[in-house]
Every structure is written in C-alpha cells, then in structure tokens.
Design a protein around this ligand. Structure first.
Ligand SMILES: Cc1cc2nc3c(=O)[nH]c(=O)nc-3n(C[C@H](O)[C@H](O)[C@H](O)COP(=O)(O)O)c2cc1C
Length: 397
C-alpha cells in the first residue's frame, strides 16, 4: 500500500526506508537504517524530485503512482546521479514515457553512462540560475559541484521557499513514520548519525560545502528536503551551524579523542594511563576507542568533533598496526585539519609505529604534534609516569 507523507499541500514525500542494509555504500555500518527520499510536486505540471535506491523500487514506484493519482509525470528532476537516488530512472521513464528529464550537462552525461538505451520523452538541460515553472511553483537550479559528486545540484522552489538539497543536509537513519525535524529527537538520537554521514561522505569536500552554504545564504529557505533523513523546517539554524563548522574543519568541542590499537593489552594499558592523567589534569570530556573493534566511520566522526587527539599504536612487522594506520589514512583522505595530536608508540625490539604515524600526520593540514611523543618498549614503565604527565600537560595547553 502507498506509504507517503504530505510535506506541504502540493508536495509529497514518496521515498522509503531500508532497515535491512548492513553497510551504506558497502562501507559504513547503519544500525538505524537509512531512508531514500524523493518528492512529488503536484501543480499545473507535475514533477518528481530524484528517484530512490533499487532496494526500495517497488515501494517507491507505488508511492509515485498513487500520489500522481492517474496524472501524467511531466518532469523528473535529477539533482544527483548516485545510484542510491537514480536507480529508478529507467523504471520511471518506462512508466511515464513522455516525461522530460531535467538535469545539467554532467547529469545527462552520467545518465548515458549508467542507463545507456534509456530514452526519456525529452531532456531539459539546465545551468546555474535557470528556472522551471510548474504553475504556482517554480524551481531554480543551483549547481553544487563536488557536494559530493561533480554533477550534484540543488533545486530551490521559490513559492514555498523549499530547498531540495540532494545529499547535502542528509543523515543516516530510517524514517520510522516521522518525517520532519520537529518530529524527531535530533540532539539525542539523530545528531551522531548526521555527523557520521557528513564527515565520512561529504567530509573531504569542505571548501565545496562552504561554496554551497554561501549560495544558500542568498536564498530565503523555509524548508530543506534532503535525499536522506528528516526534512528540516524547525531547526534549520542548528543544522546549518553544524555544516558550517564541519566544512571549515572546526572542532565542535574542547575535549580529547583517544584512539588506540593493541594486540595483547599493553598499548591499551598505556592509553588508559594517559586517559586517567588527562582526567586528573581537569579535562573530563574524553572519548576513547579501540581501533580494532570500532568501525572507522565512528572514529572519523569523533575526529571531526574533538580538537585534541591521542593516537597510541604498536609496531607490527616494522609497520604500523593496521587498524590505526587505516584511521590515520582515512583522516588524511577526508582532509581533517586543525588538531593537536599526541602520539604513543609501542615496539618490543625495533619500534617504528611513531615514525609511520608522523609520516601520515605531517602531510595533513595544520596538525600540531605534541613534542616529545611517547615511546614504550613492550609495556609502559612506572619510570615513564612523569613523561606521560608532561605529554598530557602539553596536549591540554
Ligand atoms: C605479529 C607481531 C609483529 C610485531 N612486530 C614488531 C616489530 O616489527 N617491531 C617491534 O618493535 N615490535 C613488534 N611487535 C611487538 C609489538 O609492537 C608490541 O610491542 C607488543 O605487541 C605489545 O603491545 P600490545 O600488548 O599492545 O599488543 C610485534 C608484535 C606482533 C604480535
């Protein structure tokens, strides 16, 4: 049966949620599921804003059909060509062969790559600032390159002042009946998923997000309809503030993230001693993770969140213990900047972990490594307690 929500009198959410998928992009665990949002505008002309993932095709197509209630689909606007949103383009064109597909030059090129042989009734090529009238509603197109694909654009509906924002302002988490940000407990439940979604998926493209925020600030936006997660109409300020911070690589909190690796518990013990010393010295906002058991996407979100980081790792076959190496490389790949980092290396015969950690961190922007870093041979010795104290003092300065 049709399962839709009314966004406004003439706009409907026609998406669906997936609670079966273990990993989004086959990479990021999503224990709370994910929603694929799509919207229908019913005016003199009808428009469908993006499609949905193949996992929810049946539900999605039924929602579109029932919402159109026998009307033709005039426009299919493609804001983003990633398969979790465009997987049903061919199905929509097959069902509504006269539909005009709306996209920019890169969208149409990608459509040809993904769906060669799928020919819509017509194609409308749009560029920055172009408008499309649907009757009372009209859409203005704003390009958002590399947020987070090159063809990405957002569509601004000028009458109801709604931004259809593609993947920007999206979050993980299935929509369990609720749709709007005032129907959810954002700070308690959704915030972590919003941060983990942004930092891991869009995090690398801070300057491009800043460019989009600048364009958005020139628009009078009353509502944001993203392609994942809740529709924003009450707490726009909260979300925009977070996006501004994240995209500038500014920490949200003064605190310490401790990420460690350990095979037999000795590096873990040293990390625990450091954590206790941090608390002793008055900083109690501490988050601590074993890199072997916590998925890296959670560590990345925390690395965006905190301004100070401790990384502790054993040497492994003259290299760096792999889960910690993965974390540091991911930090680098996602462009994380502006952190103060303290390092602890462990090695039993020829410690190399410290050197490897430095090599990665030194190529990252505006990272301050606390000197001297700490080196332990097999276990932290009682004689090194003073070194721990000094390193923590420097870290918290
Ligand atoms: C498979 C393996 C390879 C290791 N390779 C090195 C090495 O190349 N150089 C070194 O100094 N220590 C090496 N170690 C020792 C560890 O770096 C570390 O000192 C030891 O595991 C204690 O730390 P943990 O209890 O936190 O695991 C290795 C340990 C293991 C298990």
């Amino acid at each position: 049966m049709q399962c839709t929500r009314k966004v406004t009198d003439q706009i409907y959410w026609v998406g669906a949620s997936d609670r079966r998928l273990a990993k989004f992009e086959n990479l990021f665990p999503i224990p709370r599921g994910v929603s694929y949002n799509s919207y229908v505008i019913l005016d003199e002309k009808t428009a469908l804003m993006d499609t949905a993932d193949s996992s929810v095709s049946e539900r999605f197509m039924e929602n579109v059909k029932e919402t159109l209630a026998g009307r033709e689909l005039d426009y299919l606007v493609i804001n983003h060509m990633e398969p979790d949103h465009c997987a049903n383009i061919a199905a929509v064109i097959e069902r509504y062969p006269n539909v005009t597909v709306v996209g920019n030059a890169k969208t149409i090129q990608m459509m040809g790559q993904f769906y060669a042989g799928t020919t819509p009734g017509d194609t409308l090529l749009v560029k920055e600032g172009d408008m499309l009238s649907l009757g009372k509603h009209s859409l203005t197109f704003v390009m958002a390159p590399m947020v987070h694909w090159p063809e990405a654009m957002v569509s601004y509906e000028t009458t109801e002042k709604i931004l259809f924002s593609a993947d920007a302002f999206g979050t993980f988490g299935a929509l369990n009946g609720v749709l709007f940000d005032d129907e959810i407990d954002f700070n308690c439940i959704w915030m972590e998923d919003a941060r983990r979604y942004y930092t891991n998926i869009v995090g690398k493209y801070g300057p491009q997000v800043q460019a989009l925020l600048k364009k958005a600030s020139a628009l009078d936006i009353r509502m944001i309809c993203p392609l994942h997660g809740p529709v924003w109409r009450s707490q726009l300020g909260t979300l925009l503030e977070k996006y501004d911070k994240w995209s500038k690589y500014e920490a949200e909190e003064d605190g310490v993230l401790i990420v460690y690796g350990s095979m037999y518990g000795n590096t873990e013990n040293a990390a625990d001693v450091i954590a206790s010393e941090i608390a002793e010295q008055g900083m109690t906002n501490i988050a601590m993770y074993d890199a072997s058991v916590t998925d890296c996407s959670y560590l990345i979100a925390e690395a965006f969140r905190y301004n100070r980081i401790v990384v502790a790792a054993p040497t492994y076959n003259a290299g760096l213990f792999a889960p910690v190496e993965h974390f540091l490389n991911d930090m680098k790949a996602l462009n994380i900047q502006n952190k103060k980092i303290a390092l602890l290396e462990n090695g039993t015969w020829a410690p190399m972990a410290g050197k490897h950690m430095r090599t990665i961190i030194e190529t990252m922007k505006n990272m301050e490594i606390v000197e001297p870093s700490l080196a332990i041979k097999s276990v932290l010795q009682p004689a090194q307690k003073e070194d721990v104290k000094k390193m923590v003092e420097e870290l918290l300065k």
